[in-house]
Design a protein around this ligand. Structure first.
Ligand SMILES: [Zn+2]
Length: 217
């Protein structure tokens, strides 16, 4: 199986994707061991500190700015599906007919940074942004927010749903998409995959959506 170098360890691409996409949405990468026992370790028990105790030694959280040990999150809350930068105007919903689309509120980076800092004072230690390029997520805005707060900011990779997929997705194989996701995660310092969705108006997954779900793992 193809090997990928994540800078901390060599393990399989599938391991990398499974770890990044694990239930909490946290991008915990094992520096010393393979990923097989990491998934179980990522399940919170609800007790403060439980997440840290059950992770393999050497695990990291890949935030936008740096890799941190799980202990860096302390006992604060982790919000694993937020949108600090998003523009779903491409989905064709919302707004008055014929009117130019309104700028998304998240374009106001100053405001979002203030809200993130407020959340930090209320006990939030980490926010995992669930957007990606095809959802209008602006990575530079997330980086700006991350530099203005002590709350750890984790960015995500992925493809959202059929209506916003890049056109070439139909020509990409499942394995090619998996490689794309790993490359994007490495280049963008993504610590999670998500959100991965399906068209809510569709009776079932499209062929491309099925391919994306399988590529993510
Ligand atoms: Zn969402």
């Amino acid at each position: 199986m193809m090997q990928q170098d994540f800078g901390v360890a060599r393990f399989t691409r599938r391991d990398a994707i499974r770890v990044l996409a694990a239930g909490t949405g946290l991008g915990a990468l094992p520096a010393l061991t393979g990923g097989s026992d990491v998934l179980a370790g990522l399940q919170r028990t609800g007790a403060p500190g439980a997440l840290t105790r059950r992770l393999p030694r050497g695990s990291i959280i890949r935030t936008l700015l740096r890799d941190v040990p799980p202990e860096a999150l302390g006992t604060g809350a982790v919000l694993f599906h937020e949108h600090l930068s998003i523009n779903l105007g491409g989905l064709g919903r919302g707004g008055r007919q014929g009117a130019p689309p309104l700028a998304p509120v998240t374009d106001n980076v100053d405001l979002i940074a203030q809200l993130v800092n407020k959340a930090g004072t209320e006990g939030v230690s980490c926010i995992v942004d669930g957007g990606h390029t095809d959802m209008g997520r602006k990575l530079d805005d997330l980086r700006t927010i991350a530099r203005r707060t002590n709350v750890h900011i984790v960015a995500s990779g992925g493809f959202y749903m059929q209506r916003v997929y890049p056109p070439d997705i139909a020509t990409r194989s499942e394995d090619q998409l998996a490689d794309d996701l790993v490359r994007q995660a490495t280049e963008g310092r993504f610590g999670a995959f998500g959100e991965i969705g399906e068209d809510p108006n569709g009776a079932e997954l499209t062929l491309d959506e099925r391919k994306v779900f399988r590529a993510v793992g």
